[in-house]
Design a protein. Structure first.
Length: 321
């Protein structure tokens, strides 16, 4: 099925949706959902994964309509009339930050420990059951033995903030990954020149310029429908080739091996790969590497670019968002 979001054309079918979501984990459903592979997925998370675009670029209603047209069961339409609340809820309390002088028994520390333990729990269902068992037969007096109320309030505050600022979590993930890569691969006498790009956003130059190498980073999971990341990888190849001097090592670091396979086997052209890049880049490419109609894999084969798997240097490459 072909459709347009914010002026960009996309194509996906039901089988591709199932393939992309296989092995992944749905986030908690807040409102609208789509049923795929026996699980209910938040519609915006599911469409974001399938298309490789940010969920802020489309609405839940748009995602619902797309999945419904593909034959998936979706949540009912949003009710247009909502009765007013007699007592409006209070605004959530902004959690206080942790400083170097924050005592270890501060509720914020206990809240973060609770969040961390739940995230790494092998069975969230069991964690829920443990709490339920703790509440079974409880009295007002025995509830005082559970974690203090101020810890619960801090947990709610921090989890709400994490949800609201998920983009910052994504940015911190990118920054930490790139810094770890640089720390691991740089030689003792190798010096970083200029300011590295560690934000994950595309720039005109290379992400990392040192006395020995030029490097580009394409982080995140790859999916067959993720044309944004595919084009970013193709553009990164061109940035590496066009950035002098040619004597430096040229490296493309990728966090998903499937994207490396795509670059080496795809029949998509460089014209397609640079279609979202500046016209000046396409013109420079044609001036130095002939036609844009050559395939990405054939262009790559004629370069000396090293394709690098981040799994070789990162302890948990599968954790990169």
């Amino acid at each position: 099925m072909r459709f347009t979001i914010q002026g960009r054309s996309h194509h996906i079918d039901a089988d591709q949706v199932r393939a992309v979501l296989t092995g992944r984990r749905p986030e908690p459903v807040q409102a609208h959902w789509v049923a795929v592979l026996g699980h209910r997925w938040p519609v915006k998370q599911a469409l974001e994964l399938c298309l490789g675009i940010y969920r802020a670029e489309f609405t839940s209603d748009t995602a619902r309509r797309i999945f419904q047209r593909l034959g998936f069961e979706v949540s009912p339409p949003r009710q247009r009339h909502v009765p007013p609340l007699r007592h409006p809820p209070a605004a959530p309390t902004q959690p206080q930050g942790l400083g170097a002088d924050t005592p270890a028994d501060d509720p914020a520390y206990a809240a973060w420990r609770q969040i961390a333990n739940f995230l790494v729990s092998s069975s969230p269902t069991q964690a829920i059951r443990d709490v339920q068992e703790g509440l079974r037969g409880a009295t007002g007096a025995s509830l005082g033995e559970l974690p203090p109320a101020d810890v619960g309030e801090a947990t709610i505050g921090w989890t709400a903030l994490l949800h609201q600022r998920a983009d910052r979590v994504h940015l911190l993930n990118n920054i930490t990954a790139v810094v770890h890569i640089v720390r691991t691969v740089l030689g003792p006498d190798e010096k970083i020149l200029g300011t590295p790009n560690i934000s994950g956003r595309r720039t005109h130059g290379v992400d990392l310029d040192t006395t020995h190498r030029h490097a580009q980073f394409v982080l995140g999971r790859h999916s067959p429908a993720n044309t944004v990341r595919q084009r970013a990888a193709a553009a990164s190849l061109v940035h590496l080739v066009l950035t002098p001097p040619v004597t430096k090592v040229k490296q493309l670091w990728v966090s998903d091996p499937a994207l490396l396979t795509f670059l080496q086997t795809t029949d998509k052209t460089m014209r397609w790969g640079l279609s979202r890049s500046a016209e000046a880049i396409r013109e420079r490419f044609e001036d130095t590497h002939e036609t844009l109609d050559q395939t990405i894999r054939s262009f790559l084969a004629r370069t000396d670019i090293e394709l690098c798997d981040i799994a070789d240097v990162l302890p948990h490459p599968q954790s990169i968002i």
